[in-house]
Design a protein around this ligand. Sequence first.
Ligand code: KG4
Ligand code: ZN
Length: 369
Amino acid sequence: MTCPMTNREMTLLGLESSCDDTAAAVVRGVPGNARILSSVVAGQDELHSAFGGVVPEIAARAHTEKLDHCAERALAQAGMDLFGIDAIAVTSGPGLIGGVLAGVMFAKGLSAATGIPILGINHLAGHALTPRLTDGTGFPYLMLLVSGGHCQFLIAHGAEEFERLGGTIDDAPGEAFDKTARLLGLPQPGGPSVEREARSGDPTRFRFPRPLLDRPDCNLSFSGLKTAVLRQRDQIIAEKGGLTRQDRADICAGFQAAVAGVLAAKTKRALTHYLMLAPAVPTLAVAGGVAANTAIRRALEAQSSGHGCAFCAPPLNLCTDNAAMIAYAGLERFAAGQRDTQEISARPRWPLDQSSPAMLGSGKKGAKA
Ligand code: KG4
Ligand code: ZN
């Protein structure tokens, strides 16, 4: 398949700076059949680690310093210069406003200097379209975004048509993993540490709450879970004067089982809703750092196969923030004949599904719609 407008493959430069990763990538192809020529991600963990979370001003300054270097490296790794690029796709929201602005200003400058068309991309659309980049997944598919900043169920009907079935009303699950690790004195990021400890733990010793399961919708809540972990920890300390290695492992295993249980139960509901559309090739896709968790992945995969659905879990480097997904989302829009102008503005809040109610909470890395 080739581009309906130009009848040829397109090459896009993608730029991402909405949170704490500065990223640039080059992607070439057509909708549903594209490949990554290069993908560069420069993280900022060391800049924020002393503060226990992302500091927006520090993030924005680092993006400004790193964007041109990342773009240069992405072009060099793809073996081309800017004149091989058909369009520039830049994250223009949602996210931390300073970082988004840094990316948008940089992209506008490149576009103004070279005349290359520019497209402002919704960061969440980048995540949600990743299964099309990695596996050529056809519409409609069900998507679960689950990370430190996102948690929502979406039906992707088209490259710009998303239906939000539900999402977290407070924290994202990655935040709960990070907080749990902090409460237990385990290293950050919390997800991998908690997963490691949970391996030698008994998931049945502590029964942590599974909120909102009594409600028929696809909304989730994780803030009560971390409070329950805090209470359990303090109770053990009050009784025994401290936590043993086994106590810690059992808390981690119980916590992880609760997150996996809630996600699986709500996925079941979302699948039931999605399958009413009678999709040709029913598919459940996941993205986000939390999807790296083996127990959670297994629980989601089991739901998926139980409903006769294919399960698509992109490689971890494409589940977490990157610019290849932004370039690909740009490619879908560019192929449809769309172009933006120098008037693109940065949008800190930008829900994918404008018709569904906004999320009440926001992730630790900033409001994500
Ligand atoms: O997608 P991501 O890299 O960044 C955003 O939040 O946008 O996700 C990072 C989150 C962190 O909260 C981290 O603790 C969590 O994903 N995470 C995990 C695992 N690996 C990373 N959570 C559970 N299990 C894991 N193995
Ligand atoms: Zn993201």
